[in-house]
Design a protein around this ligand. Structure first.
Ligand SMILES: [Zn+2]
Length: 136
């Protein structure tokens, strides 16, 4: 019977040259010679929750945090930017995490758009007050 496990450390496994931390794989325990040893050492840990999937390459991850790190390392973008594959069965916790991440991204975007405008205003008001001082 196949079971889902997540990698607690980066290491090569079978067909995977290198697993990311938090990457979820399905394995038939005992098919690879080292399976039981890897589980005993805690390198492979059993997954209890539904994993999240990378929208770029389709790999599965333990949670949004690990998926986000994978996105930054491998696709030079966050999990949100790469577009996590929508899963109608996604649990509430994941949806909440996603919502929080989106709120953070929106706040960043807002700050990026508005800070230069504020700087302009500051610069303009500085020049205006300087102008007043000069005319006095
Ligand atoms: Zn990916």
């Amino acid at each position: 019977m196949k079971k889902s496990f997540w990698a607690a450390r980066p290491f090569g496994y079978g067909e995977y040259p290198m697993l990311d931390v938090g990457q979820v794989i399905e394995i038939e325990v005992g098919q690879q010679r080292n399976d039981e040893k890897l589980i005993r050492l805690g390198l492979l840990r059993e997954v209890s929750d539904k994993p999240v999937q990378c929208g770029k390459c389709g790999l599965l991850f333990l949670d949004m945090g690990h998926l986000d790190r994978h996105g930054r390392n491998h696709h030079a973008m966050t999990a949100i930017e790469s577009g996590r594959r929508e899963d109608p069965e996604a649990d509430v916790t994941t949806a909440e995490q996603l919502g929080r991440l989106r709120a953070l991204e929106a706040a960043d975007e807002f700050a990026e758009k508005n800070i230069p405008i504020n700087l302009e205003k500051t610069k303009a008001s500085l020049e205006a007050s300087r102008g007043r001082r000069a005319s006095r």
